[in-house]
Write a new protein. Structure first.
Length: 337
């Protein structure tokens, strides 16, 4: 196995997708052992560390990368298989941020009400027991929540010399904030520039669908990801695959457009990968799709359309990339155990 370990120095963080020189060049089939900082740059460590005081915008949501993939060209598809995602600390943080979130006025949803209070919640992370502990700050309620690590931000460089903030999700991936981006999932991203230039970050110990206040249980992560390249196959919007589901991510505003994008892309996937007639695919999608809302807080909202493989023709998407990469991941874990 070709394994590369990489831990960025803070000076090497990427803050955009596009417009950043690669930190490393890797071959398809490489296993990357990466460390990612939390969305706050590790600066929110206690209740007094208010984001508006400790972070200088726009330096929020640092990314590890970008990585240049040998042979990747526009029109190809990058496959990223997440072997493991584990918190690197025994604590994590969440917060409310003035003028940010789904239930407050924002710059795009104007109002005359006062901004919500800025409050920080610290979470205890128990990797052995697989829990994160919520504690109410203005009451005595305590809840142990399941640890479900994920990456909120996974993306490649956009086309046409664009550089997009790491807070924005779009056709190139970015800050989609879907809990589906967990260990065992394979993410497919269309390549827009030579080398793809992919980055990851924004680790969450867990997150509810929608990420309502705009901030999950934010944490630094130790992540193992396998990089692969599917030549000559285009992927217009991010897609994911698990052992049980195929999925498509649509990102836009308003929310119904994000929904439409993910549904149309899933209809197209059923045609290109499963050979289904377009209206047959539309009908099956209507009756069998699951459509969790990933985020309603970012500059674009994200909706995921999911279909269970048991309802689909007995074929594998992208030439069986998920199955092959999953086997590589299991071999890696067995070798390390």
């Amino acid at each position: 196995m070709d394994v590369l370990a990489y831990t960025p120095d803070p000076s090497e963080f990427a803050w955009t997708f596009g417009g950043v020189k690669p930190v490393r060049k890797v071959k398809p089939g490489t296993i990357l052992e990466l460390w990612t900082e939390d969305a706050f740059g590790g600066k929110v460590r206690g209740p007094d560390d208010l984001v508006t005081k400790v972070i200088e915008f726009p330096f929020v949501n640092p990314q590890t990368g970008p990585f240049e993939v040998e042979g990747a060209e526009p029109g190809d598809t990058l496959a990223l298989h997440f072997v493991s995602i584990e918190p690197s600390r025994d604590w994590a943080a969440s917060t409310t941020i003035p003028l940010f979130g789904s239930l407050t006025q924002t710059h795009a949803t104007a109002g005359l009400q006062d901004p919500l209070d800025e409050v920080v919640w610290m979470y205890e992370v128990d990797s052995k027991r697989r829990t994160v502990t919520y504690r109410a700050l203005r009451g005595d309620h305590v809840a142990e929540l399941p640890l479900d690590p994920m990456h909120g931000t996974v993306g490649v460089a956009p086309a046409n010399f664009e550089a997009r903030s790491s807070l924005v999700p779009d056709y190139y991936g970015g800050n989609m904030d879907t809990p589906e981006m967990r260990a065992g999932a394979t993410c497919y991203l269309g390549v827009n520039v030579q080398g793809a230039l992919f980055s990851i970050g924004d680790g969450h110990c867990r997150q509810g669908e929608g990420e309502s206040c705009g901030v999950a249980v934010e944490a630094a992560m130790d992540t193992v990801v396998i990089v692969d390249l599917i030549k000559g196959v285009a992927t217009p919007w991010p897609r994911l695959e698990s052992d049980r589901y195929v999925m498509s991510a649509g990102s836009a505003r308003p929310l119904e457009d994000a929904f439409r994008i993910s549904q149309v892309d899933m209809t197209d996937l059923l045609g290109t990968e499963f050979g289904m007639d377009r209206l047959d695919a539309y009908q099956l999608l209507t009756q069998a799709s699951e459509t969790p809302v990933a985020n309603v807080v970012d500059p674009n909202y994200t909706v995921i359309s999911k279909l269970r493989k048991e309802y689909l023709p007995d074929r594998q998407v992208y030439g069986g990339a998920h199955s092959r990469l999953s086997e590589m991941g299991r071999a890696y874990l067995a070798e390390r155990s």
